[in-house]
Design a binder for this molecule. Structure first.
Ligand SMILES: [Zn+2]
Length: 294
């Protein structure tokens, strides 16, 4: 077993599905429409848009740089902690973007290098159990079973420290990337506090949490309550949605963060489409606990 270093190998692993092909075509159409309808005006909307990635492979580096370069013209990049603080206090006075990455792959260091170039501070959500795993077979088995990915190398603790030294933040993504809805509430509480404790010992205070798999159906209201009970300041999903404010403050237990995923391998036009469309569709309700959990 060998580690992969290009996203095209992930695509090979996923297979070229009919669905994938249709999606590309639809996206091409949407991106073109977006191009024609002056998408840049949506960039000017005061908002906090949480953008997240999982990896920057070798064949994604150039595009990631290009999208950052484009966004930096119209946006202020802020850390996750600042973004949460601004949402809680209703201070969303201009277009902000806050970056995050999940799963703790070693190529997060490449993402960080490019983010640093544009002065962006991200939060990296990691699983303590995969950090420093050296054996490619062990990492490969984890990637296949938990992430539906071919073998990708994980960060080690020195590299996590490097990210912190560069001014980035570290958050919990659970101990071992298990689906919260398949655990008992006692197991969830134990996982939340154990991952927080381990990360805090290694990284200093860890205040933010993003649950694995990211769909609303992969989490619930009871788990959300445990996130705050165990001392976290925020909970992030992987559901699309962009945040705006009417100036009023929000209780932290009511705030649920939506994030727009981008894959830097996509055409630049596709990424721009998702970002502009997210900004366009941003509503106040995106700040709060989703209907699905009530
Ligand atoms: Zn994940």
């Amino acid at each position: 077993m060998e580690y992969i270093t290009n996203f095209r190998d992930v695509k090979k692993h996923w297979g070229t599905t009919l669905r994938g092909g249709v999606r590309e075509m639809v996206l091409d159409g949407l991106a073109m429409k977006n191009e024609l309808s002056n998408y840049e005006k949506w960039y000017l909307k005061p908002r906090i848009q949480f953008l997240f990635i999982h990896h920057i492979f070798e064949d994604e580096e150039k595009n990631f740089d290009l999208v950052l370069k484009e966004l930096t013209e119209h946006h202020t990049f802020i850390s996750h902690s600042e973004a949460v603080e601004r949402l809680l206090t209703g201070k969303v006075d201009k277009p902000y973007i806050s970056w995050s990455s999940d799963d703790g792959f070693k190529n997060n260091l490449v993402a960080a290098r490019i983010l640093n170039k544009y002065g962006a501070k991200a939060i990296f959500y990691i699983n303590p159990e995969t950090i420093g795993v050296k054996d490619v077979n062990k990492a490969g088995e984890f990637c296949l079973k938990k992430l539906d990915m071919p073998p990708v190398e994980f960060l080690n603790w020195d590299e996590v420290q490097e990210l912190l030294n560069q001014g980035h933040e570290i958050g919990s993504h659970t101990m071992a990337h298990d689906n919260i809805t398949k655990m008992t509430l006692n197991e969830v509480e134990d996982d939340l506090s154990r991952s927080k404790e381990i990360l805090s010992k290694r990284c200093g205070p860890v205040g933010h949490f993003a649950y694995p798999y990211g769909r609303y159906s992969d989490f619930n209201k009871q788990a959300l309550e445990l996130v705050f009970k165990t001392g976290y300041e925020s909970c992030s999903t992987g559901e699309r949605g962009c945040h705006v404010s009417d100036g009023s403050s929000i209780e932290k237990e009511q705030l649920v963060i939506r994030r727009d995923q981008i894959i830097a391998y996509w055409k630049l036009g596709h990424m721009k489409y998702f970002i502009a469309n997210g900004a366009k569709k941003a509503v106040l309700e995106n700040n709060f606990i989703p209907e699905e959990w009530k």
